[in-house]
Design a protein around this ligand. Sequence first.
Ligand code: ATP
Ligand code: MG
Length: 833
Amino acid sequence: MVTIQKITMQGFKSFKRKTAIPFPTGFSCFTGPNGAGKSNVVDAFSFVLGIRGRALRAEKTEDLIYGGSKTKDSSDYALVSMTFDNSKGLLPVEDREVVVSRKLNKQGVSTYRMNGRVVTKQHMAAILAQAQIQADGHNIIKQGDVNQVVEMDAVERRQILDELSGISEYDEKKAKAMKELEAIDVKVREAEILLNDKTNTVAKLKAERDAALAYQEMNASLEKIRASIIWKENEDTGGELEGVDRKAKAKEAEMAKLDADVAKLDAEVDGCEKEFSEMAKQVVQASDSVEESRRLVRLQGEAGRLRDKIESNDARMGQLSTMMERLRSMDERLSPAARSVRGVKGVFGTLAELLAIPREYRVAAEVAAGSHMQDIVVDTTDTAVACVNRLKEGRVGRARFIPLDRISSGRGALPAGAVGWLSDLVKFDQRFSPAVLFALGSTACVEDINKAKALARSSRTRMVTLDGDLIDSTGAVTGGFYSKKVAEEKPELGQFLKEKARLEDENAAMENRLRELNAELEKLADREKGSFRLTFEKDKIRLDEKMKAAKAKRADAYSRKLAVQQEIGRLNVQKARLEAKFENAKAQLETLEGKGKKISPKGLKPFVDMNLSKLRSEEHDTVLKLNSLGQINFRAIEEFESIRQEFDEFKQKVDKIVEEKNKILDTITKIESKRLETFSATLDDVSKHFRQVYGELTDGEASLALEVPNNISSGLRISAAPEGKKLLSLDSLSGGEKTLTAFAFLFALKKHRPSPFYILDEADATLDKANTKKVVDMLKRHSVGSQFIVISHNDHMIREADRVYGVTMNEGESKVLAIELPAAAEKKMQGNN
Ligand code: ATP
Ligand code: MG
């Protein structure tokens, strides 16, 4: 601890002449009459440390300079210097002894010096502060101020601890941080407003971009789906085409073989014919009547040819019927019921399918049969019942069945003049005649409505005209224009019908001719009988058989040829259709590839693995989805990218600012917690000492606490209960009790952080003897490490002091003299011993 060696005053207040007062360690006491200048000595301490104005009890600066008296002149300046022992080097200067001084001239200018060198007041203060010497420290208690600490506002009292704990350092830091916070807060708010705006824009653009991307993706899929369709069609058609081509080639080969067969058979037949004509020549030569024999041979030849032709026509007609049947079976007009029972054992087909109606009777037959045309002909009633059940189960529809075993019908006499019974005019397999008779049997065909009218007078027979008018057995007439369904039939069917009709006509004519020939041949043969040479008969029979066999084979080959021909035609049509389709698919593929897209199945995955119908439904669905996306802003993709970058950069900036703000907040929090920590440590320590010192001084209880726990902005409360008394409010304490409390506080502060010296100007004024004794005891104990300078009128105090100074006033000038008190002298002597 630094100690004060002496204080020297010259021209300061009531001290005109240079007056030096030495201070040994321990406790020194000043005493003297009122107005002698004791308090001026205290002021001298404050003055040299830099205190100004009222605190020095001077209204004007010049009041600090000795003002003179009736007999003495005033001083020109006031000079106070204080000498410290710095042998422990606590003051950060080289010198062992440090003299600080302040000189004030009449102009009010102060000059500070440290060991003779002029220094600024701040410099001096900073150096002294290192040794806990402060101008406004609580170690100098002015006269009448001792109770101040008890009477002051709690917040002011807390500020004493603030200062003591040194938290003002944190306050400065916090104020700086708060200022930074304020500045950054403005920035953050501005940035956040901007960010909010930008976020909205970006979000809107992002939604648009996402839609555009979805569109692009879907569109790419659609293109792939479509390319896959084309690819597949191309592939499928190619494959199908190859298959058809293969089949056609096979058929051609078959055809060539058949041609060869036919040629062979032709040759065989020709050979037979040649042989026969040779034979016939011989017969003729042997005949009695050459002319007749020749004629016989010629006629026989013609009859043979006719028979062949008729046979060939019949074969062709058979084929035509089969083909027509197939065509008709494909007819969509066939009722679902008829279609569903097709193929059931015992079901022959609809009546329409079973009838071959010559062209001229077709209308009449259709009208006469009416809905019966769609009746289904079956073998037995059991089959009919089975079919009905089948339709029911399948919920397919209804149909009328004509069982051949049960159906019956009858008819009267054909009206004279009628063309015939319709059932005789149409052609059918005789098996089906009960059905045909049932549907058409009782209807006569007449030429026209006039004829019918005439006939109807004498007959009640049901009649139908060639153009479709109907007079039924009751006489009711139905008629008018009949729209021929025949015309709606497929062109092939028309052609087949035409060809068949032509063949029928041809056959009818040839059969007539054959009948004539047969009749003539019979006559000739009768006459020839007997003239044949029997030897040739045998050969002729053999030849006939051989020829018949060859012809039969040839006819068979012809019919196979026809069928093959037909198949080739069909395959060629199919081929042409497939070729067109293939070309089309290929062209589409080429168009696609022409757009710079090399089409490969790998690139078309996964679509290329789907079948065509799945692909088409995918295509349909994708188009629907695309349409559902509505209007698309494609520019959003690029715009979003550029704005996002900008946005990200901005956001980073904002984040940085926010981070900076958080750092500041963090710093503030740290400062505050450090501040609280520091303050609390000080409070705890001072409080502990206060309780202890108060107990020693009064045997009572006292404590220090913040008004609001942990809130270091709240005031510092003193609670004191002198011995035997309950806790009282400070206001209700007596003056002496207040002084004791104040002393306890002062000593508590000293224990927490001692000052090198303490000055107490009449602080014991209100104390009784007993309490003065207690205080003096404590002072003495405490003055071991620090210097105590006490001004007192109290004898006990004066007696107990280590050194006593008397202050007197003489003609307006104060003087100080050391007084040797008997007790002190005694003590001194004891000390010397
Ligand atoms: P008390 O015991 O009553 O407290 P004290 O000894 O403390 O008395 P001080 O207050 O130190 O007395 O001295 C006051 C005296 O100093 C006054 O009489 C006053 O006239 C005198 N004084 C103050 N300033 C000056 C000055 N500038 N020049 C001359 N005398 C002054
Ligand atoms: Mg005084």
